[in-house]
Design a protein around this ligand. Structure first.
Ligand code: NAG
Length: 255
């Protein structure tokens, strides 16, 4: 009896063992037109399950699997919003991000959060953060965005807004040009060469990865060769571990 109880304890995922609360949850909003395209009310999860990117978008789903490899038991939530060209879409995303993090933070007093998005998903993220109360902001360990607006002041010391050259969406953003961790000015663009300077030291290795597959994609190229996704995941894990999270390591990302 005792031994079967012990075995059960080993098999139970970390999230369940803590009463359904994972150590870290990635809350991420996909880019415009990433699936699911159309879903009826309450059917987001069913519709999202049909695409490989599970409602996170391409870069977002890779970010989630990379973060899960670094932080055992990490969970993820794709923001439930249309991500279409409709004028109400960003506000719907912002409302859902706020609602979700407030619910989770209440249910899971120890849980930490990483937030982010791609393109319109970045607008969702930068729209939600200024509306969050201090007791939730303090539990956000990292924010990573791709092809998005600059980091909001509330999280500027733990946020990176990646913008690669050729991405006309973020590169053209005059006054709102992306800024690095600690608010460092990066000339508007966070080029791959500059990644090492702003990421945690343990993430520097990703700046020297081959560049194949990038350069053509511009705004949609963040998942092309894994560089940005790995750098973002490493940054999230480093931030999480700094805040006393479970041990993790960049080695889990090497395949
Ligand atoms: C990390 O993301 C890249 C794509 O950006 C993907 O190719 C790779 O499989 C991911 N790694 C893990 C451990 O999920």
């Amino acid at each position: 009896m005792l031994s079967s109880v012990a075995l059960f304890a080993v098999l139970v995922p970390a999230a369940l063992a803590q009463g359904g609360c994972s150590p870290l949850e990635l809350i991420y909003a996909r880019a415009t037109t990433e699936p699911p395209a159309k879903y009826s009310a309450g059917q987001f999860d069913t519709a999202a399950a049909r695409s490989w990117s599970k409602g996170y978008g391409a870069a977002g789903y890779s970010l989630f699997t990379n973060v899960s490899a670094l932080i055992p038991g990490a969970t993820g939530y794709p923001v439930h919003y249309p991500a279409d060209m409709g004028g109400s879409s960003p506000n719907e995303g912002t409302a859902d991000m706020l609602k979700h993090i407030e619910e989770r933070a209440k249910a899971c007093p120890q849980q930490k959060y990483a937030l982010g998005g791609h393109s319109q998903g970045g607008f969702v993220t930068t729209g939600a953060i200024p509306k969050m109360p201090a007791n939730i902001l303090s539990r956000i360990v990292a924010v990573t965005m791709f092809g998005s607006p600059a980091c909001p002041t509330q999280v500027r010391n733990r946020c990176i807004s990646y913008c690669q050259s050729g991405d006309s969406v973020c590169a053209s953003r005059g006054g709102g040009s992306p800024k690095g961790a600690k608010g460092a000015k990066l000339g508007g663009l966070v080029e791959r060469e500059a990644l090492w300077a702003m990421a945690a030291p343990e993430c520097a290795q990703y700046a020297s990865k081959p560049t194949s597959g990038l350069g053509k994609g511009g705004h949609l190229g963040y998942n092309a060769d894994g560089l940005y996704v790995r750098a973002a995941a490493c940054y999230i894990a480093a931030q999480f571990n700094k805040g006393g999270g479970a041990a993790g390591g960049a080695a889990a990302l090497e395949q």
